[in-house]
Design a binder for this molecule. Sequence first.
Ligand code: APR
Length: 267
Amino acid sequence: MTLREPEGELGEALERAIDEAARLIGASRHVVALVGAGLSAESGVPTFRGPEGLWTKHREPDLRDYERFVEDPKRWWELRQERASRFAELAQALETAVPNPGHFALRDLEEMGRLQHIITQNIDNLHQIAGSQAVTEIHGNRTKLRCVVCNHRWPLEGFPLDELPPKCPDCKSGIVKGDTVMFGEPIPRDALDECISQSRMCDCMLLIGTSAVVYPAAGFPVDVKSSGGTLIEVNPTPTPLTELCEVVIRAPAGETLPLVVQKLRAS
Ligand code: APR
C-alpha cells in the first residue's frame, strides 16, 4: 500500500484524517496513546493476530501458562535458561529490533507537551530506546525481572541467577520471574492502577497498532469515550473500536505519526 498518490500527494482522505488528528490532539488537555504490536511491526517485530500473526501461525499460548509457572517455577526457569521458547521467531526479532519513526514521533509529541502518557502492550522496550519517558508497560518488559509478590523490578542483565527459581532480594518472600505478563497472569497492580488513572485523566486517546481485543487494555478507550473523550485510531485495518473513533488514520503508524507531528509543529 502506498501512502502517496502518483503525484506524491497524500490521498485526500488520509490528508484530512492527519489534519483532523493534529487538530484534536492540539485541542486536548491530557492525551494518552494506547499502543499495540502494530507500532513495532515496522521494526520487524511480528504482530500476534491477522494473517501473518504469531498466534495465527503458532497457536496462542493457553491460559494455563502462568499456572504452570506457579506449580513449578524452577522448571519454568530451567526451560527459560535453555531458551526452549516455541516463539524463537519473536525472540530473535526482539533481540535486533530498533525503534521506527512511529516510536520517535511519540517521543516528539511527549517532548512538545502534546502527549502526556503511553500505555503500551508491547514488551519490546522500544519506547524507552526511542527516548519516551512517561510509559506504562501493561504487559511488562522483556529486559526486566519482577517479584510476583512485591512487584519490585530489576534489569535482567546482571541479576544473579545462580539459584533457580530466584528469590526476591527485597521482600524475601516472593519468587522472581520475567517481567513479561504471561497468559493467565494478573496484570501487576501498580501498572494497572497507573493505566486506570491515566485513562481517567484522558480526554483524547490514540489507538495505535492494536487489534483492541485483549482486556483490560481494550477497555480503556471505551472508558475514555464514555466520559466524553475523543478517540483517534491509527491502523491499516479496522478494529472493534473503529466505530467509536472520531478520526481514523487507515495507514501504517510509522509512516503517518511523523506527519501528525509535522502538522502540530506547523500549527
Ligand atoms: N501500523 C499500525 N498498525 C499496524 C501496523 C502498522 N504498521 N501493522 C499492523 N498493524 C495493526 C494490525 O492491523 C492489528 O490490528 O496492529 C494490530 C496488531 O494486533 P495484535 O497482533 O492483536 O497485537 P496487540 O493488539 O498488541 O495484541 C494485544 O495480545 O497476545 C497478546 O500480549 C499480547 O500484547 C499483546 C496483546
